[in-house]
Design a protein. Sequence first.
Length: 128
Amino acid sequence: MARDARDKARRRLLALADDPAAHWAPARRLEQDAALLGRLLTAAAGHQRSNGSTPDVTADDVGAALALFEDMRVALDRLETQVVIEARRRGMDWRQIAQHQGLNSSQAASQRYQRLMTRLEEIRQGVR
């Protein structure tokens, strides 16, 4: 999907009602973790720009940030599968889903969904 199409999709979703009570937990946690990563990178860049006059990010800080990624990947996989399920529930075919995901075929979209479901099931069972 082209950048302007993604921006258009973001604006469309922003137009949906924002009910503070409706913040969905996995998406909210993902948002918070992404913000923490942004803070780390901002702090590291600030230290570089200030020629060392602001506190530096430590190796432990970077390690803590790296530890967030696996949980974020799992959360993204869960969210993506749930959105695909919703798309199918609303009558979208695999070709339409593929187009929105930036994939070239309905087969690619279906296979992606199956890989996500398999990965999530393996995580649930403790295989991964």
